[in-house]
Structure formats: C-alpha cells, structure tokens
Ligand binder design. Structure first.
Ligand code: FE2
Length: 358
C-alpha cells in the first residue's frame, strides 16, 4: 500500500517549544500508580479515582504524564507546548488546511492545561498544542524528595509509522529538524530523530506498523541514576519490567534503559545526549547494518522492542487502525538468519559479526 504524500500547508506552522506531556489510558490505575509513582518516583501533581497527573522533578508546568483509567491501553494525546497563545490558533488553522479533524477547547482537555487544540494528524496520531498551563513548584532543588533514580525531565516521544520518509517531511514542514536517522544503501529510512528544543529530539519516527506509540522517555541527571533504577527493580524482584538495556545508544549517544509498564506501554529512561541548537547542526546518518547504531557496545536489540508498541486513539477515543509497513523492516534486516551487521566498516568485505545480533 502506497500512502499519499502529505501536502505542505500555506498556513504558518505553530512555533513549538517542546514535547510537554502524554495522556495515556491504562487498564488498572492502582497497578500503574505503583509503577510510575512508587517505583519510578514521578511526582503526583493531583489525582482522583480515575486519573493521575504526574511530573518530573525539574518541571514547572502542571504535568508531563496523565494516567487515565480506561478499557483499552492506548495513547489519548501527545502534547506539545507552543510559544504563545496565538500559536494555538496557528496550529488549529494549519491542521484544518491539511484536512485533519481538529477539536479546540478554551478550557483545555485536562486539568492544569488551558486553551488547546487536539488534532488527528496526517499520520493518525492524536497531537495536542497548548500554551496556557498552571505553574506548579519546580522541585529541582528538593534533593530531600529526589531519590537516587530521580526522573528530572520529560525528554521525548517515539512514534511508530509505516513510512518514515513521509512522516519526516510532514514534521519538517511543521518546523521540526532532523538530527539523526538510520538508512540503508537503497535509501530506505528506518528511523528519524526530530527536534524542536536543543537536544537530539522531541519525537522520533520508528518505521513499523502504525500509527502506534513506541515509547515516552524521561531523563535522569546521570548514568548512575539509571543503574540505580535497575538495582531497585532487581531488589523488588521486578527485573522482568526491564525490556532492554541499560546501555549506550549509538544514535543520540545517550545512556538508556527501556521498561514496560503494567499495560505494556514502553518507558525509556534516558540521559546525556548532546546540544543540537545551532542552525547548521550536522545530521548524523547511520547505516542500518552498523551493529553499534542502536547499542554502542553492540549488544542485541530484543525482538519485542521492534514489534511491540501501544495503540493510539482518535479524537472520539477509538483506536486508530494500524497500517502495515511495506518497506524493509529493521528487525528483518538486522536480526536473525539474514541479520548481517558489522562492527568495523571493513567487515562488510571480510564477513559479518558471528551469530548476528541474536
Ligand atoms: Fe527514545
């Protein structure tokens, strides 16, 4: 199936500051609270019997994550903060020109967030744009509250979409800049990292069946904070929540750990990528067969990391249909019998790493 190209609107895109929060549906709020609050230590801004609003220690806006009790585990919104109230108007007009369904609420969709617009974007994702928010206490200096595994910032989202090139062009039109990508010799793009703030990304596109949400990532200050989270999970006999890592990424150069929450929503703990804010920041392109692209130490990527992701909802709360990727799959070309990958560039001629990556 060939997806039609997404036109470039004539309307001015909104000035997006950063990824701000994700609104996710969970099927057992008490279990999710245990994972996000008791184990990971996110800060509760407010909560009720059906919803919990969480933030990271350095955050001053109302929340970075909404946990919402519901029947199907899925993502209700991926929200970006824009520079001014006027940019919410721009976002609404921009998506209306694209022919997307939009819904504007002056009072916001959730507590702590004011005038916002939610859209079913051309890739099928529920994006939200807002400026107005309640300021809450920034707990950056509250070391008496921060544990050794403190999550200090929301860093990025990661989205699964069938045609990365198509999605990349749409996000570039919206004002995102590519910092890194993974390609092959034939020009197939397997993934792309896109930024607004001056880090490697605010969201990334991962090639696969979509629209689905691959993960949400929170930052710690340092690597040792991530090691502590692993030790804590071991001590709690919950090491099975660790899906992949800890390790060092090739792409982004960040230290990472992937966890799965009680519904299978994937959470990355991430730290220490690099500054990307100059206009001529060089784009880094990785070969899909470079065995160090996803793990700098050459450790395997588990198959579930490639195959599993969360459903996303339309503006009525129904799961968006998932469209299959028709281009080559990164898992198929790098894992398993045909999964040739190299550690040194010359290995391409001399032969590939024994045992592939599994
Ligand atoms: Fe990530």
């Amino acid at each position: 199936m060939t997806l039609s190209p997404i036109p470039t609107p004539t309307a001015t895109p909104p000035d997006i500051l950063r990824c701000a929060y994700m609104d996710i549906v969970v099927t057992d709020l008490a279990k999710s609270r245990e994972f996000y609050v008791d184990i990971l230590g996110l800060v509760v801004t407010e909560e009720s019997d059906s919803e919990i609003y969480l933030r990271s220690f350095e955050e001053f806006i109302h929340h970075n994550l909404v946990l919402r009790q519901g029947p199907i585990a899925a993502v209700a919104a991926m929200a970006f903060r824009v520079r001014s109230p006027k940019d919410v108007d721009l976002a609404e007009a921009y998506y209306q020109e694209l022919g997307c369904r939009t819904e504007r609420r002056a009072e916001g969709f959730v507590p702590g967030i004011g005038d916002s617009v939610r859209v079913a974007d051309p890739l099928g994702f529920p994006y939200e744009f807002f400026y107005a928010t309640t300021h809450v206490e920034r707990l950056a200096w509250r070391y008496d509250l921060q544990g050794p595994g403190a999550l200090v910032r929301l860093d990025h989202f990661n989205q699964v979409t069938p045609d990365v090139g198509r999605g990349r062009k749409y996000l570039e039109d919206l004002g995102f800049r590519v910092t890194e990508d993974i390609q092959d010799k034939d020009g197939v793009t397997y993934a792309a990292w896109m930024r607004r703030k001056d880090t490697v990304h605010d969201t990334a596109l991962t090639g696969g069946n979509g629209p689905r949400m691959h993960h949400i990532a929170f930052s710690t200050h340092e690597k040792h904070n991530i090691i502590y989270i692993c030790d804590k999970l071991g001590a709690l006999r919950k090491s099975d929540l660790i899906e992949r890592g800890p390790g060092r990424h090739g792409v982004s150069n960040a230290f990472y750990l992937y966890l799965r929450d009680p519904d299978g929503h994937r959470v990355e703990i991430y730290t220490q990528d690099y500054y990307t804010g100059d206009p001529d920041n060089p784009v880094v392109t990785w070969d899909v067969h470079d065995n160090q692209r996803r793990d700098w130490w050459g450790n395997p990527v588990v198959p579930s990391w490639y195959t599993d992701a969360s459903l996303v909802l339309d503006l009525d709360g129904n799961p968006q249909p998932v469209i299959e990727r028709t281009e080559s799959s990164e898992m198929a070309v790098t894992v398993g019998a045909d999964g040739f990958s190299y550690t040194r560039k010359d290995d391409e001629l001399a032969g590939f790493k024994l045992g592939t990556t599994l």
